[in-house]
Design a protein around this ligand. Structure first.
Ligand code: F6R
Length: 612
């Protein structure tokens, strides 16, 4: 999805901006552009395609300005093209703007501006912004140092939708203005220079000190100063937050792709997510202080998220039900937010978001708050928007996840959700202490079991080579094996572009078995000893119809027509998805490589889905 970078300082801005854009490439985009202040004039350079295409443009080296804004665009309004790429300028070339988000009422605003004589050259919603700022600037007869701020404020009051905006203006050539609403933006504080970005990793090599903007804050940046204003242009103070991630953790580190690196980072991600939470007699989670009385009264827990994060919720539902004895409903954020869910003050709503910026998940959280429920966010990004909205926030410590396809975030989320369930269960005392004690020790053993699972991947690679040209595949499982199958199937679709479906094995006979014919590939996960016999019968049903089966199991099963058996270490079935997902991640990865696809940046997808 779109990315923003900005710089104001004493160095040449263009290399810093382009470097920042390159670091944002993982978000997915179709065009890129920059604008710098050159001899008191705005100089614009943009191009369709990769940042490399921008870099190749004649004249890019001659940009010497020390203030600039930059953008990678992921088309929403208007096709990917040079005209539609950002930055956009107003008719007089006095204001240049880059924008993330969607302006929902842009038709109305465009009509208004056209009536006033403004002309438009792009099909974007963004182009109304510089023109509207220009309009308000020209209307304002007071000539003081807040004139541009007022024009920005008035413009923002007209905008409906979501936005993170950077503004460069010839009327204030040593300053830059930024503003956000429902779209992420951070300011990196340097010495005599300041950086702006939609994502921390883009500017992490320059600073570790960040200001995290809240909705409707307007910021005026100069080389040595950062001034924050609220919607009424009253100056406000904000604290700096230091980010622990280092720039190296956002590099490939010798791996061919970020996805592969992140798959191999899972043991560390899990160790760091567990941290010291299980070190003492009872579980302690920083910043959580739920009382037994409150937990006893909970009538339902909703776990709400999108995509892989939602699958992490599905994989963890079993633990909450088993050890907390509370009804759990896992829901897709984009559905939850529009279906008037049954929530009251006795409902706990848990929101999972790796990025912490997913528009639907944030909206679903805001909805629960209006209905009086307590909200708890699980994110990988400290200070992300969702964590600032929620009543409580806890973190996975997976480090930056750059590949679009989520891997280490998923396993870290499942671990953290299981720890959260145990934290509740210890207070609720509804199950025997030993159940929790055993689960704790199983969780502590996970990192070394993941290492074991990652040791020999050749079998998976060989199977992937056999089937990579296929058009359809099926994933089967029961219980948590079904939950992880949904994630395996999503991974395959995302990065290999092979259509796949995940089914609860018991559902086969109710329809999908009609699709099983000679040569079809089926990935069957069987880690739960209690369900093994039934799962094996289901596998036999597809084997007899000619399917090629890749079985992922921790049990000793007979070959019986199965093409490949991937043995993973035994663990508690409640947390088995953390191990069984790994062969599936690798399977999708190898297929994608075999097909020669861009593993880290699959088509049409974005890392952080900040629009609806
Ligand atoms: C799939 C994937 C997506 C995300 C989803 C939610 O590999 O990465 O399905 O899980 O877009 O993103 P977050 O967790 O950032 O809210």
């Amino acid at each position: 999805m779109c990315g923003i970078v900005g710089y104001i300082g004493n160095k040449k801005a263009s290399p810093i901006l382009i470097n920042g854009l390159l670091r944002l490439e993982y978000r997915g985009y179709d065009s890129a552009g920059i604008a710098t202040m050159e001899n008191d004039k705005i100089k614009l350079m943009k191009n369709k395609g990769r940042v490399n295409n921008l870099y190749k443009l004649d004249g890019i080296d001659s940009l010497v300005g020390t203030i600039g804004i930059a953008h990678t665009r992921w088309a929403t309004h208007g096709k990917p093209s040079k005209e539609n790429s950002h930055p956009h300028v107003d008719n007089s070339n006095s204001f240049a703007v880059v924008h993330n988000g969607i302006i929902e009422n842009y038709h109305e605003l465009k009509n208004f501006l056209v009536e006033k004589g403004y002309k438009f050259v792009s099909a974007t919603d963004t182009e109304v912004i510089p023109n509207l700022i220009h309009y308000y600037f020209m209307q304002d007869k007071i000539d003081d140092n807040k004139k541009i701020l007022r024009a920005v404020k008035n413009t923002c009051s007209d905008l409906k939708g979501s936005y993170a905006i950077e503004i460069l203006s010839v009327y204030n050539k040593d300053k830059m203005i930024v503003v956000r609403k429902d779209s992420p933006l951070v300011i990196g504080k340097g010495n005599g220079e300041n950086y702006i970005s939609s994502d921390i990793p883009a500017i992490l090599s320059y600073t570790k000190d960040f200001y995290l903007l809240d909705d409707n804050e307007i910021v005026e940046l100069s080389r040595n100063d950062v001034k924050f204003y609220n919607q009424d242009l009253k100056e406000i103070q904000k604290a700096i937050k230091s980010i622990e991630w280092n720039a190296l953790s956002a590099e490939k580190d010798g791996y061919e792709d970020f996805m592969l690196k992140e798959i191999y980072e899972q043991p560390r991600a899990i160790r760091e997510t567990i941290g010291a939470k299980l070190d003492n007699g009872t579980i302690e989670i920083e910043d959580l202080d739920f009382s037994k009385d409150y937990l006893k009264d909970i009538n339902k827990i909703y776990i709400v998220a999108c995509g892989t994060a939602m699958h992490a919720g599905l994989a963890s539902k079993y633990t909450f039900e088993k050890i907390c004895k509370i009804p759990i409903e896992v829901d897709i954020a984009s559905e939850f937010r529009y279906r008037d869910p049954l929530i009251d003050e006795k409902t706990l709503c848990i929101y999972i978001s790796q990025s912490g910026e997913t528009a639907d998940t944030i909206a679903a959280l805001k909805l629960a708050k209006t209905k009086g429920a307590k909200t708890l966010a699980i994110s990988n990004v400290i200070g992300s928007s969702i964590t600032r909205e929620a009543d409580y926030s806890i973190y996975t410590h997976a480090g930056p996840e750059i590949a679009v396809a989520s891997t280490k975030a998923y396993t870290s989320q499942v671990v953290l959700l299981n720890i959260l369930a145990m934290y509740f269960a210890e207070k609720l005392e509804r199950v025997e202490k030993d159940i929790i004690k055993n689960l704790k020790s199983d969780i502590l053993n996970l990192p070394s079991k993941i290492e074991e699972t990652l040791k020999d991947t050749n079998q998976i690679y060989e199977f992937a080579k056999k089937v990579y040209k296929e058009k359809d595949m099926f994933f089967l499982g029961r219980g948590t094996d079904y939950a992880v199958s949904l994630e395996g199937s999503l991974k395959l679709k995302e990065i290999s572009y092979i259509h796949s479906e995940a089914y609860a094995s018991g559902e086969l006979k109710h329809g999908p078995i009609a699709l099983i014919e000679n040569g079809v590939t089926v990935i069957a996960t069987m880690t739960n000893k209690k369900l093994l016999e039934k799962s094996i019968s289901n596998v036999q049903e597809v084997v007899t119809r000619g399917a090629k089966v890749l079985a992922v199991t921790s049990e000793d099963i007979k070959n019986d027509g199965i093409s490949e058996i991937i043995k993973i270490p035994k663990t508690n079935p409640l947390i088995s998805p953390i191990l069984s997902v790994i062969p599936m991640q690798l399977f999708s990865y190898y297929i994608s490589k075999e097909k020669g696809l861009d593993v880290d940046k699959p088509r049409n997808l974005a890392k952080s889905v900040t629009v609806e």
